[in-house]
Write a new protein. Structure first.
Length: 122
C-alpha cells in the first residue's frame, strides 16, 4: 500500500515538471470558453471608440453610421472567425491562422477605405 502511494506521488510530481500541453495554455482555455465572444464585443467597442472620440476633436475624421456598422461587423466577424477556427486547429497552426485572418481583415479595410486594388472605396 505504501509503495502505491509513493508511486502515485512520483507520477504526480513528474507531471508537474513536464512541459505543459498546448491545450492547457491560458490563451487556449480562454478561446475554448464561450465568454470569449463577450470579450470580443468589448474589444470591438473599444476600437470603435477611437474614431468616435477623434470625430469630437477634429474635422479630418468623418465617419457615418454606416462606417461604424461596417467596421464593427468586420472586427466582430474577423474575431469570431479566428475564435471558431482556433477551436478547430491545434498547435502552431493557430498563430498562422490568426495572421491570415488579420491580413484578410486589413486588406478588406484598406479596400473599403481607399480602393487599394479595385477602386471600390470612398
Amino acid at each position: 500500500m505504501f509503495s502505491k502511494t509513493i508511486a502515485l506521488a512520483a507520477a504526480n510530481s513528474l507531471s508537474l515538471i513536464s512541459t505543459p500541453d498546448i491545450e492547457s495554455t491560458p490563451i487556449n482555455t480562454i478561446i475554448q470558453k464561450n465568454h470569449v465572444f463577450a470579450y470580443l464585443g468589448l474589444a470591438t467597442c473599444l476600437v470603435l471608440l477611437v474614431p468616435l472620440v477623434a470625430m469630437q476633436f477634429t474635422e479630418e475624421v468623418r465617419w457615418s453610421l454606416m462606417d461604424f456598422i461596417v467596421m464593427g461587423t468586420l472586427l466582430m466577424s474577423g474575431g469570431a472567425l479566428f475564435v471558431i477556427s482556433a477551436r478547430m486547429t491545434k498547435g502552431r497552426h493557430t498563430l498562422l491562422l490568426g495572421l491570415v485572418i488579420g491580413l484578410a481583415c486589413l486588406y478588406v479595410w484598406a479596400e473599403l477605405a481607399v480602393g487599394l486594388f479595385f477602386n471600390r472605396g470612398s
